[in-house]
Design a protein around this ligand. Structure first.
Ligand SMILES: NCc1[nH]cc(CCC(=O)O)c1CC(=O)O
Length: 324
């Protein structure tokens, strides 16, 4: 048992600190270990180029993982969808807490729904997956590549007040877009759910693998605190673990990163795990939707389901279609 103070590492963004805070307080309820929070700056936070061109996966997670590995912190909370599918040696995802809303959310001017946006409306997103699925549903839309924190993005919507990530509201922004698409979970965690004008149905928009889920990572040997390790076991949500295992196995087998136009959603329904997936041409001109299910409700069963569905997609030309 380590004598040193237990430390939790976090990125500095409002979303990261909120997510870390949520996990930390849940840990506190189960095991009152005193802890310190250490702020870790990551490449993804300082680079300003288009997200889809940053190259490589895991820019948000790499520095945090390095800090965990080196012992600068004992536990890290990640957005699961930002984690590369290859698990680094020496680190382990000790808990996947119950998933929040997995859907993508439209934040449009004047309360509009996606189907109500005028012909040629501009929609901001930095995600090729969102862009392709938006265009598949509405080929007339003009997709604008945006990035930045959630508050900055919301400020791009016409007529919206400029929301700061600290919850404050600044001057009225001169928005230039009719709408943006963000993850519902991120907006809700930040208390900005009121900006959502439509929760996009997975029939129209399948989420990124892991979207809405958190990953609590520690070193392979554990957090160094027995109480914390036991609390993490208790925090792990089985249905979430199965769903994200299948989604990430599919992504890994496709050899696709988080910037690929691939969507996947696992759902435990009764005694089955259902995996829905989509591979898109980046222009949205063509999409391939395939689903599979298994009654093997184990991590191995979920992994095998993801691999099998990915292999079906590959057999049917998903790599060429999605430009993988
Ligand atoms: N890549 C950015 C990112 N990483 C995690 C989330 C929040 C969504 C989640 O919890 O999965 C977001 C923002 C977004 O996609 O809108």
């Amino acid at each position: 048992m380590s004598q040193s103070l237990f430390t939790i590492g976090t990125r500095g963004s409002a979303l990261a600190t909120t997510q870390t805070g949520t996990v930390a307080s849940e840990l506190q309820e189960r095991c009152a270990v005193p802890y310190d929070t250490v702020l870790i700056k990551t490449e993804g936070d300082v680079t300003t180029g288009p997200l889809s061109q940053l190259g490589g996966t895991g820019v948000f997670a790499a520095a945090l993982r390095q800090a965990l590995y080196e012992g600068t912190c004992d536990l890290a909370v990640h957005s699961l969808k930002d984690l590369p599918t290859t698990q680094p040696t020496g680190l382990v995802i000790a808990a996947t807490p119950a998933r929040a809303d997995f859907r993508d959310a439209l934040c449009a001017r004047d309360g509009l729904f996606l189907a109500e946006l005028p012909e040629g409306a501009s929609v901001g997103t930095g995600s090729p997956r969102r862009a392709a699925q938006l265009l598949a549903f509405r080929p007339d839309l003009k997709i604008v590549d945006i990035r930045g924190n959630v508050g900055t993005r919301l400020g791009r919507v016409k007529g919206s007040p400029l929301q700061k990530d600290d919850g404050g509201v600044g001057r009225t922004a001169q928005g230039d877009l009719d709408a943006i698409v963000l993850a519902a979970s991120g907006l809700e965690r930040l208390g900005m759910g009121s900006h959502i004008t439509e929760y996009l149905d997975p029939e129209i928009m399948l989420p990124a693998p892991g979207q809405g889920s958190l990953a609590v990572e520690v070193r392979t040997g554990g957090s160094g605190h027995e109480g914390v390790d036991a609390a993490l076991v208790a925090m792990d949500d089985t249905d979430t673990r199965l769903a994200i295992t299948a989604e990430r196995a599919l992504l890994a087998r496709l050899e696709a990163g988080c910037a690929a136009p691939i969507g996947a959603l696992g759902t435990v329904r009764g005694h089955e795990l259902v995996l829905d997936s989509v591979a898109c041409h980046p222009t949205g001109a063509d999409t391939m939707r395939r689903s599979a299910r298994t009654s093997r409700l184990t991590v191995d069963g979920a992994y095998a389901l993801g691999v099998a569905l990915a292999e079906q997609l590959l057999r049917e030309g998903a790599a060429e279609l999605a430009g993988l």
